[in-house]
Design a protein around this ligand. Structure first.
Ligand code: URP
Ligand code: ZN
Ligand code: ZN
Ligand code: ZN
Length: 489
């Protein structure tokens, strides 16, 4: 009789979002079977001197996304291998329909992912307009295990939705138990500022940053939060880059609103000065929306992570080659927007966050894995080291280091926005559903197509709690004694 082979991770310190402790982890098949002392199994992974953590979840990627007249060059195959080599075991990618056919777009994304992905994945669906067919299709999307819908308040004339469309979609999300996500920048003002700088002859990547100031983001975050509150639904703000955006989220949370904020590892560590770089390619390679900001804004984001007003660190991995970036050589508005980071998120955040004392190791696990698993209703299947959970595990060696180089990365992009940055906190092993898919020093890629779609049920606990509260405090008609009513004319 055949028996599932087991693996024991021995001698490490388990770091969960709530505590750290020394124990072995026994894995049988795809899941964690036991945690304890002196466990035995068919094979042993040595975790001495290392931290055993839930694999990273990156809830914001755009692999092979058609965008701005081209397609993001990072494929599902290269992107998920890059992710695993950096300790990220699951990505959540954005499906962008080019019509009202949301299910057709979901099928197209699923076809690409299922053939190529070596890490597990899930999807968010983008709502880029509003109509009866979209209203109907949202229910079918939720039935397919996609419980989050993204809205762009920017990219006027392309993906942008306006307030009434967003309000309608948010109300639909409330009814379906789905979470609305928002790219918050005031798209009308961005479009006007872009035109202004083009008219003034400022056509280089520096104008990308000039046309998207922090206030434009802060205004949109406030508006998105107000619309979500009116619709009675939680809301998740993607790529929060600055203090005005963080301030809006902080204030809403203090009022008891269910608002989540996601800074990117790039916005935490990279400075707006990159757009002034004399080398056009260098500056254009860093063009993304919102743009990188100055230190004051970076400090605000770090403070938000330690205070709990911001919950998740993502990458928005949307990687274009230098040749693609040059589509905007004579006009910054044509530079494809997006940067990479999937491979580097954990080591960069460990080095700049934990090693500096801005984050505890437990907070690191919370913001790279556990919090988003809870928000997206994946917990504890993902985001947890506990019996019954998927064995998605990173054994992180805090002493192992490297200098980030495009020339040695797994990503197929020809540059890296973190080029030259020295990091520590590298994976010694990465496991995905019980399989060792990456091992330090070994470079072979796991089998493309081994990654699985992970469905996410609707009605996460915070969604239920908010619906209950909103029903309780909903405006009601006053019942009046008909006998005492004035006579109408
Ligand atoms: O510049 C960015 N962020 N590109 C990816 C698409 C998006 O806005 O998230
Ligand atoms: Zn409208
Ligand atoms: Zn965005
Ligand atoms: Zn994005």
């Amino acid at each position: 009789m055949s028996r599932t082979r087991s693996i024991v991770i021995k001698g490490g310190t388990i770091v969960a979002a709530d505590r750290s402790y020394e124990a072995d982890v026994l894995i049988e098949g795809e899941t964690i079977a036991a945690i304890g002392e002196n466990l035995t199994g068919d094979s042993v992974l040595d975790a001495s001197g290392a931290y055993v953590m839930p694999g990273g979840i990156d809830p914001h990627t755009h692999l092979e996304m058609p965008f701005m007249g081209t397609t993001a060059a990072e494929t599902w195959e290269s992107g998920t291998f890059a992710a695993l080599s950096g300790g990220t075991t699951m990505v959540v990618d954005f499906v962008i329909p080019d019509s009202e056919n949301l299910i057709g777009a979901l099928d197209a994304w699923e076809a690409r992912a299922s053939r190529q992905a070596s890490a597990d994945y899930s999807f968010h669906m983008c709502v880029t307009g509003w109509s009866e067919p979209i209203f109907e299709a949202m229910e079918a999307v939720v039935a397919r295990g996609v419980n989050s819908f993204k809205h762009f308040m920017a990219y006027k004339g392309a993906l942008m939705v306006d307030d009434d469309q967003m309000f309608a979609s948010f109300q639909r999300c409330a009814a379906l138990g789905a979470l609305p996500l928002v790219h918050a920048e005031n798209g009308d003002i961005v479009a006007a500022l872009q035109q202004k700088y083009l008219n003034e002859g400022i056509r280089g990547p520096e104008a990308h940053a000039y046309s998207r100031p922090p206030e434009v983001e802060g205004e949109a975050v406030n508006r998105a939060i107000m619309i979500a509150d009116a619709a009675g639904v939680p809301v998740y703000i993607v790529h929060v880059s600055c203090e005005p955006a963080h301030e809006a989220i902080r204030r809403a949370r203090q009022k008891g609103m269910r608002v989540y904020g996601e800074p990117l590892v790039q916005h935490l560590t990279l400075d707006e000065a990159v757009y002034q770089h004399p080398d056009w390619d260098h500056a254009a390679q860093r063009v993304m929306s919102p743009p990188f900001r100055d230190k004051r804004h970076q400090d605000s984001l770090w403070a938000g992570l330690s205070a709990g007003s911001l919950q998740v660190v993502a990458t928005d991995h949307c990687a274009f080659s230098t040749a693609q970036k040059r589509m905007g050589l004579s006009d910054f508005t044509r530079i494809p927007n997006g940067t990479g980071g999937l491979e580097d998120r954990l080591p960069v955040l460990w080095t700049s966050g934990v090693e500096t004392g801005r984050l505890t190791p437990n907070e690191f696990v919370a913001v790279t894995s556990t919090n988003i698993a809870r928000i997206l209703n994946l917990y504890p299947r993902k985001g947890a080291i506990q019996p019954g959970a998927d064995a998605d595990i990173v054994v992180l060696d805090p002493k192992a280091g490297k200098t980030i180089r495009a020339s040695t990365q797994k990503s197929i992009i020809d540059y890296n926005v973190f080029e030259g940055v020295e990091v520590r906190g590298l994976p010694r092993f990465t496991l995905s559903r019980g399989e060792v898919v990456y091992c330090a020093g070994r470079n072979e890629a796991p089998r493309p197509g081994r990654g699985r779609f992970i469905p996410r049920p609707a009605f996460a606990p915070a969604h239920r709690a908010l619906s209950t509260w909103k029903a309780l405090v909903a405006p009601r008609a006053v019942s009046r004694d008909p006998a005492r009513m004035p006579i109408g004319v």
